[in-house]
Design a protein. Structure first.
Length: 272
């Protein structure tokens, strides 16, 4: 089954999906959805007559949003899904309960592709060329009723990307997975992708690295106890120590400041 007709202009703004229930985390609306609710939200977006964009918020991304106004502004146009124990702790501190589900992209996107029974054209953009190819082959084996197209690796000029955009439009995808890292992928999506580039677009971070098996996942028991971040820190200490050893306490500081001194936090006063 080919993609639906897309009649919006190149300069049409990207949109969040159909307003799921949400909670504020540092003035960012994060969808309050369980797994099935998130599947159905994206399924509805695929059936819609306009483009929708999705991203994930974890503690690291939230820290970036605090200090990067352009990224924070871009997130206003995305439907944001909760990713990881950090945002769960934030929800407990602010609202007395965690998010209904940990919708981290590494688990959620493959599960979503399995859930979506209607054959789709899925375009992949980002990562190294070898990783992109292996990730594309992996997805094609795992969910063969969809068609996966490796459009471009992530090593292109983000300010001069007409060739990549033309290839993406020519692929006529229903779903686009963009793995350029945060915040670059969200900023690039907001600036460049119109409806002719895909009905649903998702910023997926390191998903291709894991799908290609170039970076191993933590053992299942580690993931179940919500400690995959420790596994990644042990695996890549030089790259990850700032993110976790400095970033996690910083995120908790931001949450406490947001909880008790909201008028001084990013984005002005927040709603409960």
């Amino acid at each position: 089954m080919g993609p639906p007709e897309m009649n919006e202009s190149l300069n049409s703004p990207v949109h969040a999906a159909m307003e799921p229930p949400a909670k504020h985390i540092l003035d960012i609306d994060v969808a309050w959805l369980d797994w099935l609710g998130a599947y159905r939200c994206i399924e509805q977006a695929l059936a819609s007559d306009r483009q929708s964009v999705f991203a994930f918020l974890n503690a690291h991304n939230a820290n970036l949003a605090v200090r990067n106004p352009a990224y924070r502004h871009a997130l206003q146009h995305f439907t944001i899904l909760p990713d990881g124990i950090g945002v769960d702790l934030a929800a407990r501190a602010l609202y007395g309960e965690p998010f209904p589900a940990n919708l981290n992209g590494t688990d959620f996107v493959p599960a979503l592709l399995t859930y979506l029974a209607t054959p789709l054209r899925v375009a992949l953009v980002g990562a190294r060329a070898d990783i992109l190819q292996k990730a594309t082959e992996h997805f094609q084996r795992q969910v063969p009723w969809h068609t996966f197209i490796a459009v471009s690796d992530g090593y292109f000029d983000k300010d001069d990307c007409d060739d990549v955009l033309a290839k993406l439009a020519a692929a006529k995808p229903d779903l686009v997975l963009v793995a350029l890292g945060t915040p670059d992928q969200e900023l690039w999506i907001e600036k460049n992708l119109g409806a002719q580039h895909g009905k649903v677009v998702m910023g997926v971070g390191a998903l291709f690295d894991f799908a290609s098996e170039m970076i191993p996942r933590a053992p299942k028991i580690i993931r179940l106890i919500r400690c995959e971040w420790i596994f990644r820190l042990v695996l890549e200490p030089r790259r990850m120590w700032r993110r976790y050893l400095l970033g996690n306490p910083l995120f908790l500081f931001h949450i406490l400041r947001y909880r008790y001194w909201r008028r001084n936090t990013v984005g002005g006063s927040a709603q409960a």
